[in-house]
Ligand binder design. Structure first.
Ligand code: ADE
Ligand code: ZN
Length: 335
């Protein structure tokens, strides 16, 4: 099964830009800023640093890594490294959640930031057989509403070629204050793809659907607490981006065996399988597919269907979707 998963052409729909930095990249950046950063400069010490007591602690550690990205060259190096790691796992298409506001606020000009990610995107398409698109997300941990307005302004003024959706990350909580930014992003043609219901409750997911017009939801696992919501998501075919190991590492769920994925699938809600912040959770997309296969009791044919679901639920062009689906069919044969 592991070999089958490794070779399977896949899509990643929920993976964060900075959260994908390899331990080597993080250690190299930390060494450059030693003395001004709590992040260890030794890759072996990172595993311990990436051990989280709760979701709040995870966000605190995440932001200490964000703080290591100081200029456009760092952004280019980070993005290219992430692209190489994705391609090495036979990921053909990824929607990377990028938080430009966090870097712009730290002094990187928005134009230079967008040029750096687009440069890596072009190289990934040319050299790695990997299509990258961007979800620009509002960091909800940032103070006040400046992050909402700032993220929207960067998205609409820079409008990099790969930008396809608008998101909301950071700590879970009320979604209503972000409605006006989503209204404007959607009016400008971006898909709505917020996180919701990761650590709080089903109400956050209802709000994401009703107030933010969510077409796909990051995590959304708290929907399992509300049968009417599961029915709504199934009826309207609004997919959840499931990241099982992330949920255990941030203590959003107590253990993999208690993960609500089987219940969500049994209710007919479409799902994709993703990593969130793979090196921070010591995982890979292959690991997450293996976890899903175990939790859902899938054989190779079922796993190939999971990969197809990720492609179909993506915001890729129809041509890109058809090409990857054909690759999956060719690889999986009759499975
Ligand atoms: N940013 C990076 N990882 C995240 C997660 N799991 N939830 C919310 N925001 C995030
Ligand atoms: Zn996330």
């Amino acid at each position: 099964m592991r070999e089958f998963i490794a070779g399977l052409p896949k899509a990643e729909l929920h993976v964060h830009h900075v959260g994908s930095a390899s331990p080597q990249t993080v250690a190299r950046l930390a060494a450059r800023h030693e003395g001004t950063s709590p992040v260890p400069a030794d890759p072996d010490k990172l595993a311990e640093y990436f051990s989280f007591t709760d979701f709040g602690h995870f966000i605190q550690v995440y932001l200490s890594v964000v703080d290591l990205i100081r200029d456009a060259a760092d952004v280019r190096t980070l993005t290219w490294g992430v692209a190489q790691d994705l391609a090495a796992q036979n990921v053909r298409y990824a929607e990377l959640t990028v938080t430009p506001w966090s870097s712009v606020k730290r002094g990187i000009p928005a134009e230079a930031f967008c040029e750096a990610i687009e440069d890596a995107r072009a190289a990934a398409a040319r050299d790695l057989n990997l299509t990258l698109n961007w979800c620009f997300d509002i960091p909800s941990e940032a103070e006040g509403m400046g992050a909402g307005q700032g993220t929207l302004a960067i998205a609409l003024e820079q409008r990099p070629d790969g930008l396809i959706s608008f998101g909301l990350g950071g700590p879970d909580g009320p979604r209503a204050p972000y409605q006006r930014y989503f209204d404007q992003a959607r009016a400008a043609g971006l898909h709505s793809n917020p996180h919701a219901g990761e650590t709080t409750d089903a109400q956050a997911v209802w709000d994401a659907v009703r107030l933010l017009g969510a077409e796909r939801i990051g995590h959304g696992i708290r929907a399992a607490q509300d049968p009417a919501l599961l029915e709504h998501l199934a009826e309207h075919q609004i997919p959840l981006e499931i990241c099982p190991t992330s949920n255990v590492c941030t203590r959003a769920v107590a253990s993999l065996d208690e993960h609500p994925l089987p219940q969500i699938v049994a209710a007919g809600v479409p799902v994709s399988i993703n990593t969130d912040d793979p090196p921070m959770f010591s995982t890979t997309l292959g690991d997450e597919y293996a976890v899903a296969a175990r939790l859902l009791g899938l054989d190779e044919s079922g796993v190939a269907d999971l990969a197809r679901a990720g492609v179909r639920q993506s915001f890729a062009s129809d041509a890109a979707k058809s090409a990857i689906l054909a690759e999956i069919d060719a690889y999986a044969g009759g499975r």
